[in-house]
Design a protein around this ligand. Structure first.
Ligand code: NAD
Length: 314
C-alpha cells in the first residue's frame, strides 16, 4: 500500500483514538496503533490494525514509526487528566511534551508528511476569552495539561519549519460518546451514565451551572478524516459553539436512563473553569466540517452503548 494510505494512530486503544482508527480502516487506510494501555483498553483496538502496545516515550515507539514509514501520524495518546496535571506537572510534561517529541523525531526521520494532533480547546483559552472562543483569541491555558498542549502545537510548527511536516492541530471541545471514560474533559457524561445505570447517586460539583461545549465523538472522527485530506497546515477548534450546563446534562441523562434520582450537589471544585464554548467557523470554512449530531441524539447513543456494555458484562 502507498505511504499516503498508511497511518500511525497513537492512543488508538483509547476513547477518541479507537474511533478514529475504526474510521480509517473502514475508509481503506492501513493503520498501526501505538498505545501502552495506561487508560486505553485492548478490546477497543480494531483487530484489522497492527497493534504495538508500547509507550510513546520509548525507543520502541520511535522504531515503529521508522519501520512503518507512514504518510501521516495521528497523535491522540496523552495523559488527559487536568487534575493530575495540576497535581504532577512533571508527569504531565513527560507524557504530553516529551512523549510527543519522541514521536515527532521519529516522524522527521521517517519523512512523515503530516501530523494531526489532538489538542484542546476547552483548556486552551481560559476564563477571560470571549465566548464562543476563536482560534485567534489569546491562548491562555491555566493548567499544565493545557500548557503542554499549546507547547506541542508550537513544537509542531518547529517540525514544519525544520522538516516540512504539515501539522494540523484540532482543538477539541469536550468530547463525549461510546467508549469514553470518566477521566477526560467531558468525563462527566460517562460518570453520570455509569451512576444512573448502577442506580447510584451522581454528585454535581457546585451549582451545576458551569458550562461546557459537548461535541459527539463521531463528529470529532469526521474532523480527523477531513484534516487528513486537508493540504495545508492549520489549527482548528472542533466544537459546537453551544454552551450546555452540567445540570442540563444531568437532567437529559436522567430522562434517557429513566432514573428517579434528582440532582444532589457537592462542593464546587476549586479553580474549575466556569464557562466554555468554541467557535468552529474556521473548521467549517476551511475543512468543510460541522457537527452533525445533536446533544440529545449523542447522549442517547452514548447511553445505549453503555447499556449494551453493561448487558454484555452481566
Ligand atoms: P483516552 O485516555 O481514552 O485515550 C488516550 C490513550 O492514550 C489511551 O488509550 C492511553 O492508554 C494512551 N496513552 C496514554 N499515555 C500513553 C503513553 N505514554 N504511551 C502510549 N499510549 C499512551 O483519552 P481520549 O479522551 O480519547 O483523548 C484522546 C486525545 O484527545 C488526548 O490527547 C486528549 O488530550 C485529547 N482531548 C480529549 C478531549 C476529551 O474531551 N476527551 C478533549 C480535548 C482533547
Amino acid at each position: 500500500m502507498s505511504k499516503n494510505r498508511r497511518v500511525v494512530v497513537t492512543g488508538g486503544a483509547g476513547f477518541i483514538g479507537s474511533h478514529v482508527a475504526d474510521a480509517l480502516l473502514a475508509a481503506g487506510y492501513e493503520v498501526a496503533i501505538i498505545d501502552n494501555l495506561s487508560s486505553g483498553r485492548r478490546e477497543h483496538v480494531n483487530p484489522q490494525a497492527q497493534f504495538y502496545p508500547v509507550d510513546i516515550k520509548s525507543p520502541e515507539a520511535y522504531d515503529v514509526i521508522c519501520q512503518w514509514q507512514p504518510g501521516a501520524l495521528i497523535h491522540h495518546a496523552a495523559q488527559m487528566s487536568v487534575r493530575l496535571s495540576v497535581a504532577d506537572p512533571l508527569f504531565d510534561a513527560r507524557e504530553n511534551i516529551l512523549g510527543s517529541l519522541n514521536l515527532f523525531e521519529a516522524a522527521a526521520k521517517a519523512t512523515v508528511k503530516r501530523i494531526i494532533f489532538a489538542s484542546t480547546g476547552g483548556a486552551m483559552y481560559g476564563d477571560e476569552a470571549p465566548l464562543p472562543a476563536r482560534e485567534d483569541d489569546r491562548a491562555k491555558p491555566e493548567c499544565p495539561y493545557g500548557i503542554a498542549k499549546l507547547a506541542v502545537e508550537h513544537y509542531l510548527h518547529f517540525y514544519q519549519r525544520e522538516y516540512g511536516i504539515i501539522p494540523v492541530c484540532l482543538r477539541y471541545a469536550n468530547v463525549y460518546g461510546p467508549r469514553q471514560n470518566g477521566l477526560g474533559e467531558a468525563g462527566v457524561v460517562a460518570i453520570f451514565i455509569e451512576k444512573f445505570l448502577a442506580d447510584e447517586q451522581p454528585i454535581i460539583n457546585g451549582d451545576g451551572l458551569q458550562t461546557r461545549d459537548f461535541v459527539y465523538v463521531g463528529d470529532v472522527v469526521a474532523a480527523n478524516l477531513l484534516a487528513l485530506a486537508y493540504p495545508q497546515t492549520g489549527t482548528f477548534n472542533i466544537g459546537t459553539g453551544q454552551e450546555t450546563d452540567i445540570l442540563t446534562i444531568y437532567r437529559q441523562l436522567q430522562e434517557i436512563t429513566g432514573s428517579h434520582r434528582n440532582p444532589v450537589h457537592g462542593p464546587a471544585k476549586p479553580g474549575e473553569q466556569r464557562r466554555s464554548a468554541l467557535d468552529s467557523s474556521l473548521a467549517r470554512r476551511l475543512l468543510g466540517w460541522q457537527p452533525q449530531i445533536s446533544l440529545a441524539e449523542g447522549l442517547s447513543r452514548t447511553v445505549r452503548a453503555f447499556q449494551a456494555l453493561a448487558a454484555k458484562a452481566a
